[in-house]
Design a protein around this ligand. Structure first.
Ligand code: PLP
Length: 417
């Protein structure tokens, strides 16, 4: 056994989260899944819960099932509070998709800063975030100030500070970068934005369930994120919304739906938003998806974000060790921060032939992700990824690069017709 494999086994042996792997459906132990930051695995509890919801609550109780479901969005939001996110239960709710929530929150923030004409974001922000902000800026005749960020190092807090002035209404960024996994300085940027009189909107999609997120400590204003990545909520599971308690009454989101109404079943003529986080709700929640999110959040909360983040750091460090030993000599470069405190739970490699390598890895039973223009992204979901999986996955990558077998795969993404 080589030293790197021995190291993986030793790390697995003292991993206090190791038991969580058995809480997920894993049909093929030899399939190395390194894409849990795109779509998390299916927890057993979710499968069981969905069976009950479908067969009993919907199948038998029919409309009476709503007595269980009506509080689900708040229940799932509250389950995030404390052990997953640094926020209070009253500041969190499940609703809609991340894209829709980003729109709702950004629009509400802009309305709360009338007269200010600038939105600040960066070119490394996830596309949907940039498109939403572009759309809002176009509709309202505002300026979108897009900072140029190094895609491997992540957003530079000093560059954000330099972009702030008293015309900025909103700063909207990702906490963990979708390509590199770089962690933004959420407290520092939030403090600078506040000093300039602006509000902050954070996309937490890659950070929730992978790193601590000091929302309350930083006084962060607004956030949204996916539940289907590290929270393992399932495909299309609804997003969560965070709005700082002290800000809620001041904000009105633009989609006035009956779930946001103070007395929902009063069926009143006019819209009067609830005086709670409920005012960020819109319409009927996707109940099955919301149960997936709830169970995934509960599992994450049970493990606790501090233990999860510690393992994410360990897995990332170990992946970097393997990269140094095997992949740097083969011409790949590291496209993620090396500093454990500046990296989320994925490690990204750069190579002009990354697309081919990605396809070759899938054929070799390793599932990574490709990100434009030439990045191979390796998700290291701490709840079910073993150190030995990282060893096996990267050994397979080393082998397909070393023997050139990846060259047999198409050089570019081909459209499936
Ligand atoms: C950072 C980030 N934001 C948003 C999204 C997607 O949002 P939605 O669920 O609305 O498609 C993703 C999806 O991968 C993402 O990585």
């Amino acid at each position: 056994m080589d030293d790197l494999l021995a190291a993986a086994r030793a790390l697995d042996a003292r991993d206090d989260l190791a038991g969580f792997r058995s809480r997920f459906i894993i049909v093929d132990d030899d399939l190395i899944y390194l894409d849990g930051n795109s779509l998390g695995r299916l927890p057993l509890a979710t499968r069981d819960r969905l069976r009950t919801v479908v067969e009993t609550e919907w199948g038998e109780r029919l409309i009476d099932g709503w007595s269980e479901w009506i509080g689900l969005a708040r229940e799932a939001g509250a389950a995030l509070a404390g052990r997953v996110l640094d926020a209070a239960p009253e500041e969190l709710v499940l609703a809609d998709s991340t894209t829709v929530n980003l729109y709702k929150l950004a629009a509400a923030a802009l309305d709360a800063r009338p007269g200010r004409r600038v939105i600040v974001t960066d070119d490394d922000n996830f596309p949907t975030d940039r498109y939403v902000l572009q759309g809002l800026a176009a509709a309202r005749g505002l300026d979108l100030r897009v900072l140029a960020t190094d895609p491997d190092r992540g957003v530079d807090a000093a560059a954000v500070r330099d972009a702030l002035d008293d015309d900025v209404a909103l700063v909207s960024l990702s906490h963990v970068a979708y390509r590199s996994g770089a962690v933004a300085d959420l407290p520092g940027i939030t403090a600078d934005a506040h000093a300039a009189g602006a509000l902050t909107l954070w996309d937490l999609s890659h950070s929730v369930g992978s790193v601590p997120i000091p929302l309350a400590a930083a006084g962060a204003d607004l956030a949204a994120g996916c539940t289907y990545k590290h929270l393992n909520g399932g495909p299309g599971a609804p997003s969560f919304v965070y709005v700082r308690g002290g800000l809620q009454a001041e904000l009105r989101q633009p989609i006035w739906g009956w779930f946001g109404q103070r007395d929902q079943f009063g069926m009143a003529g006019g819209y009067d938003p609830a005086d709670s986080i409920d005012r960020f709700l819109v319409g009927t929640p996707p109940v099955l998806g919301a149960y997936g999110a709830l169970e995934g959040i509960r599992l994450t909360a049970e493990a606790g974000i501090d233990r999860i983040a510690a393992k994410a750091r360990g897995l990332g460090r170990y992946a970097c060790d393997l990269y140094d030993a095997w992949l740097a000599p083969l011409g790949l470069t590291l496209a993620s921060p090396r500093d454990d405190d500046r990296r989320g739970a994925h490690v990204t490699l750069h190579h002009p032939q990354a697309w081919r390598m990605c396809q070759a890895l899938k054929a070799a039973k390793v599932i990574p992700d490709f990100r434009t223009p030439d990045r191979l992204r390796l998700g290291l979901a701490p709840l079910y990824t073993r150190y030995e999986d990282v060893y096996t996955g990267l050994a397979r990558l080393r082998d397909i690069v070393a023997d050139g077998s990846y060259l047999a795969f198409p050089a570019q993404r081909t459209r499936v017709t």
